[in-house]
Structures are given as structure tokens and as C-alpha cells.
Design a protein around this ligand. Structure first.
Ligand code: GDP
Ligand code: K
Ligand code: MG
Length: 293
């Protein structure tokens, strides 16, 4: 029996639904999802194993013009995802008026890597619009495969899944067949907390935050976690904590619920807030948080 395996990298502009798609393909919530751009900061692997295949998906941050060092590292993750792919998934919103990032897009389309173009969020568009868009994109990308999907409602995702398997090269598995991701448990704790912060706070606050889990102790019937929310300035610390600590309490409650679901175990979550001045522009801090080698 031949075995197929390869790297499938999902790229596209912020907020088109890349993380939602990866979670749908993997069947686990590995990537956090919010309506805000720059929710995903890292490259995250999601591995799907079958008897005769292994697909290694990677979700990436959206393509942006970097304004500070953290964002530069985020774009390095995107570039590396482009380099090692066996199959590329380029995602746009079906309702998108026209192509953004034309130069980058052309580079992808003209590479030797097979590209699957996904027009996402079909649930938001009329049939006429969808038909029109398919024509538009098929002209732009004659050699690739174009599908209209809804990552959110799981429409056509399975079709894409089987197309991917078809395109994979013959290869032995790259990871153990029971492995789901490349990230440790603490990473998912940090990300879950960050998702709640993105949902709950306005403006610049979520972008100034990094989360670090200092301890993760798994006992027989409970996981005890201690995490620190890091902000760049004192004023931000006050906002995160909120009046009588109510704001941070809500972050903790919401994150704990999700983590209990994710780990399928009772979770005790102890949250703290610290100021870490200008961490987003500090090389050493970016290395510490895994944005640089
Ligand atoms: P990313 O930035 O490309 O990773 O996008 P996300 O996966 O974080 O999704 C951004 C927003 O679009 C979230 O609010 C999602 O719920 C929403 N979204 C993703 N896929 C769909 C879809 O198929 N239909 C609709 N209506 N919304 C979607
Ligand atoms: K997003
Ligand atoms: Mg994302």
C-alpha cells in the first residue's frame, strides 16, 4: 500500500477564515478565531492522520505590511509556509471586490506548487455573486483548483479535503501517526486566553498583550494552570484588570470553560497581569515568546 504525506499551507489576507478552515479540516480547535485581524500570530501545525495518508496543515498569520518587529516575525512565518509546501491553499472571501497583494498572489500562482484557491464565506453571498466570482477567479488562476466553501458552516470542506489527498505526493509520514500538532499544551492555554482578550477588549489592548503560562500541572482529575498576561504599559494593566477585577475575572472564566473542553478535564486557572515594557519591539522578548529562533 502506498502512503501519501505532505505539507499543506493555508495563506491569505487577515480575516478571510484561514484558522476556521484549519480547525474544520483537522476537527479540533487548534487555532483561535476572532473577527479581528492579527488573531493568529504563529504558524500552527494541525496534523490529520489516515491509514494511508498524513496531511500536515499549517495555519499562518494573515498577510500584512509589518509595522513593528513582532509583525515582521509574523510575516517570516508566512514566507516559510510558502517555501516548504507540497500544496498551497490560498483563501479569499467570495465577496471580496478584487485581488489584494497582487504581486504576492502572482508569485504563488506561478510557483511550481499546486494551489487550491478557496472562495470562503459563501453563506454571506448570493448565487449570482458566487457565479460571477468563480468566473473572475478562474480567469486569474487558470491552472489551479477553485472551490467555493463556507469554513464556518462546513460547506464543501470535505471536497477540498479529498482534493488535497489527491494532490499529496507519495511519502512516509513526517510525524508520529498519533500526533495532532507541533505545539505544546501551554501554547493552547496561552492562545485561549489571548482569544478571550481579543474578544473582550477594544482598540490597541489585544495587540499589546502576550500570554505566558508559567506552570501547567496535570493531576488525575484536574489541571492546575498559572498564566501571566503581559502588557506593555501600566495603564494597560489597569484596563486588563478592570473595575474590582471584573474584566480579568471574565477572561479567566471564559478561558477556563474552553480549556476544560479542549483538555476534557477540570481546569483551575490562576491569572496574573504584568508589565513588560515594549516587548513587541524587543528581540530578546520575541525570542522568549517563540516568535524568533
Ligand atoms: P483568519 O484571520 O483568516 O484566520 O480568519 P478567522 O478564521 O479568524 O475568521 C475571521 C472571522 O470570519 C471570524 O469571525 C469567523 O467566524 C468568520 N468566518 C470564517 N469563516 C467563515 C465563513 O465561512 N462564513 C462566515 N460568515 N464567516 C466566517
Ligand atoms: K481573524
Ligand atoms: Mg487566523
Amino acid at each position: 500500500m502506498t502512503h501519501k504525506a505532505g505539507f499543506v499551507n493555508i495563506i491569505g489576507n487577515p480575516n478571510v477564515g484561514k484558522s476556521t478552515l484549519m480547525n474544520a479540516l483537522v476537527g479540533e480547535k487548534l487555532s483561535i478565531i476572532t473577527s479581528k485581524a492579527q488573531t493568529t500570530r504563529h504558524r500552527i501545525l494541525g496534523i490529520v492522520n489516515g491509514e494511508d495518508y498524513q496531511i500536515v496543515f499549517s495555519d499562518t498569520p494573515g498577510i500584512i505590511k509589518p509595522a513593528y518587529e513582532l509583525q515582521e516575525s509574523m510575516m517570516d512565518f508566512v514566507k516559510s509556509a510558502f517555501e516548504d509546501a507540497d500544496v498551497l491553499i490560498y483563501m479569499v472571501e467570495v465577496g471580496e471586490k478584487e485581488l489584494k497583494n497582487e504581486a504576492f498572489f502572482n508569485k504563488i500562482i506561478n510557483s511550481k506548487i499546486p494551489v487550491i484557491l478557496l472562495l470562503n464565506k459563501i453563506d454571506k453571498s448570493s448565487q449570482e455573486e458566487v457565479q460571477e466570482k468563480i468566473e473572475y477567479w478562474k480567469k486569474k488562476v487558470p491552472s489551479s483548483f477553485v472551490y467555493v466553501i463556507s469554513a464556518l458552516e462546513n460547506f464543501n470542506v470535505e471536497t477540498v479535503f479529498y482534493k488535497i489527498i489527491e494532490l499529496l505526493p507519495d511519502a512516509p509520514p513526517f510525524y508520529p501517526k498519533d500526533q495532532l500538532t507541533d505545539k505544546p499544551e501551554r501554547f493552547f492555554v496561552n492562545e485561549t486566553i489571548r482569544e478571550k482578550i481579543l474578544q473582550q477588549y477594544k482598540k490597541e489592548i489585544p495587540y499589546s498583550v502576550e500570554v505566558e503560562t508559567e506552570s501547567f500541572i496535570e493531576e488525575e482529575d484536574i489541571i492546575k494552570i498559572r498564566s501571566v498576561i503581559m502588557v506593555e504599559r501600566d495603564t494597560q494593566k489597569g484596563i486588563i484588570i478592570g473595575h474590582k477585577g471584573n474584566a480579568i475575572k471574565r477572561v479567566g472564566t471564559d478561558a477556563r470553560k474552553d480549556l476544560q473542553h479542549f483538555f476534557d478535564k477540570k481546569v483551575f486557572l490562576d491569572l496574573h497581569v504584568k508589565v513588560n515594557k515594549n516587548w513587541r519591539s524587543n528581540e530578546r522578548q520575541l525570542r522568549r515568546f517563540g516568535y524568533k529562533d
